[in-house]
Design a protein around this ligand. Sequence first.
Ligand SMILES: C[S@@+](CC[C@H](N)C(=O)[O-])C[C@H]1O[C@@H](n2cnc3c(N)ncnc32)[C@H](O)[C@@H]1O
Length: 332
Amino acid sequence: MAEAEPRDFKVKKAWQEVIRGLRRHRRATGETPRLRSWADVERSLDTVPLTDDVTALKQLLRAMLKDGGGEPAAVQIDGLLDRMLPAIAEGPVVVDIDGFPADFEPAMQARLLRQGTAPPLEVDAKAAAALVREFDGFLLGGSRLQARARVRDGEILPAVPRSMRAQPLRRGRQGAWLPYTDAVGKRSLTPLALARRHAARFEVEEVIDGFCGLGGNAIAFAEAGARVIAVEQDPDRLALARRNADARGVSIDFRPGSIHELLPTLPAWPLFLDPPWDAIELGGLLDPDRPTMLKLPREFDPASVEGDWNVHYEFGEDDDDFAIVRMLTLIH
Ligand SMILES: C[S@@+](CC[C@H](N)C(=O)[O-])C[C@H]1O[C@@H](n2cnc3c(N)ncnc32)[C@H](O)[C@@H]1O
């Protein structure tokens, strides 16, 4: 049984190769590439000219089907596949991951990659494939990471098992920590631990939250003891934020309207801005003389905001987001 396994696996691969060849040909001749039934496959096998190797496979597979899985055909299939298919890397593989923003320190790199050290990393081949899949092209602080595994010529990485594939962390998945929510507000609500962290990083006695949403950050600032003015342009969401503040027992000065219009009418307090991430519009809100904190998506390029900023890469705290940079915070 132990010996039969690789052979069965390769026979399956052979069929995949044949079916792929058939599909390629059907697509090239304007037919729908999908093979809907066994009859479709049979018809295609008779009519489609395949490359020599694939034709040989086709004949061998047919021979196997006819004589009930005869050993010689299977052995020949293995030989052919060894020639046709690239070898799959096994054992430890070194993975290089480059392109981190200059201030994304090695300890943060190790945490993001869920490894004990920063790259280069030596991991088993499947883990290498998972790292490349997850981090090649990953956007962080205006940089695009490149992840490459050092495999031998002609070798490829194994497929990434489903259990090793990174699950995207859905925003708002951790559940709302405020009782009154709507769908949009819930998605953009800052998780409690991070809202508290923002308040601790931006130690101010007074603050204007220019885009308060359901009130996540505004409430955390108030709970940290700051006086807070919170602006929100959606009146329904503002009403929810008011109820949230009441429910948490904090007092906040809520103002309906657009921060772009209201800011000149408000006191010159420090400013916290968590703009909608799909349309970041900071024009006119930034003043080098006003202490300001920006909460921005992790892909965001801090260099694109004029001024001298301290950049923080905010990792989550819970098990499911501990290794995830959830957002950037810029402070000046
Ligand atoms: C990312 S959410 C803020 C989430 C908030 N920090 C929290 O934890 O609940 C951005 C909010 O800004 C509001 N908004 C968008 N443009 C605005 C503007 N010009 N003035 C005030 N609020 C605005 C949106 O309606 C949305 O509720």
